[in-house]
Design a protein. Structure first.
Length: 325
């Protein structure tokens, strides 16, 4: 599109001249200039496929981050039972669907008129008049895309054979996909980016697969540390009570202190005969320590100082922290 002010030849999709910043869509009499859609370069099948592939990687990365975030929250809250709740799976998949729908609709109706994948491939989604999509039209396009998928993706396969390279959902929604830069240099760079991201897929798959046991071990470690911390706080309270009263308290409430009990801990018991403290984990923690016990055994030194040894009679060594082995 030639600028009437400076004569600079701009791409047909820009609103303002890249040379003098003049509004290209409005003449001196403030009438809107129509976009010549015949000048638009419509995107072919493979470039759109590569853009969609990049979008899948973007959304997939967000989903992986979401899974790890949920795992971390569950680990620190100690509420693994939420995973068994009948509403958890519908809620989780609902969040993913909302993420995908919002990502597509909001970005295609934005000023850039493209998702990240389309931007990397220099594509834009416009209406058939060459204008930015409204939110409603972008939503309709997404719904029609689901319909195109439902008929065994046949709606996508017709795209190369239509006059303006429109897939079924484009025809139904009244949209087109254009290329904003057709230079070979940009296409090569975009293709290399796609190839790089494609090579990263097995890496991400392996990382996510290996990451699940890592997350599980991390959850157990956090829960174990909470139990140890609770036991140490109880030991400190018992030692203080013993020094002040010359005897072991029957319960922590007798020591006059309130222990901040972790949600991973079901109970704290004190043996009045030897001062031994038993911390019982709740049934909702990881299987390796569920309903099992940490024992804190005191030793009275000659100077009346008390040291504590952490150990367990029913927790396997692989699950115990180094301080309790």
């Amino acid at each position: 599109m030639l600028c009437s002010n400076c004569g600079y030849n701009n791409p047909v999709t820009v609103k303002f001249c890249k040379n003098c910043d003049m509004d290209l869509q409005h003449g001196s009499n403030d009438t809107v200039r129509a976009v010549d859609t015949d000048e638009l370069v419509h995107a072919g099948f493979w470039v759109r496929f590569l853009a969609a592939f990049l979008d899948v990687l973007v959304v997939g990365a967000c989903v992986i981050l979401l899974i790890f975030a949920i795992a971390a929250l569950i680990a620190y809250s100690g509420r693994e039972s939420i995973l068994q709740h009948e509403l958890f799976q519908p809620f989780f998949y609902g969040v993913i669907i909302f993420l995908v729908v919002s990502y597509t609709i909001l970005m295609e109706s934005s000023d850039d008129s493209a998702t990240l994948g389309k931007r990397w491939m220099n594509l834009k989604v416009l209406d058939t008049g060459g204008n930015q999509l409204s939110l409603l039209r972008a939503m309709a396009r997404f719904i029609f895309r689901l319909f195109a998928l439902a008929i065994f993706a046949a709606g996508f396969l017709i795209q190369p054979f239509t006059r303006r390279k429109q897939a079924l959902h484009d025809l139904l929604a009244g949209t087109i996909v254009i290329r904003t830069d057709t230079s070979r240099k940009i296409s090569i760079m975009a293709t290399l980016l796609v190839l790089f991201m494609a090579l990263m897929v097995p890496v991400l798959a392996i990382s996510s697969t290996a990451g699940l046991p890592f997350v599980q071990r991390h959850i157990l470690k956090v829960q174990m540390n909470h139990g140890i911390r609770t036991g140490k706080e109880a030991a400190l309270a018992v030692a203080r009570f013993y020094h002040n009263n010359g005897r072991v308290p029957a319960a922590l409430s007798d020591a006059g202190v309130k222990i901040r009990r972790s949600p991973h801990v079901a109970g704290i018991d004190i043996n009045q005969q030897n001062g031994e403290i038993t911390v019982t984990f709740s049934a909702t923690v990881r299987k390796g320590i569920s309903s099992k016990h940490l024992i804190f055994t005191p030793t009275l030194a000659a100077d009346q100082s008390i040291s504590w040894k952490c150990h367990s009679a029913d927790i396997e060594m692989q699950y115990l922290a180094d301080t309790c082995k």
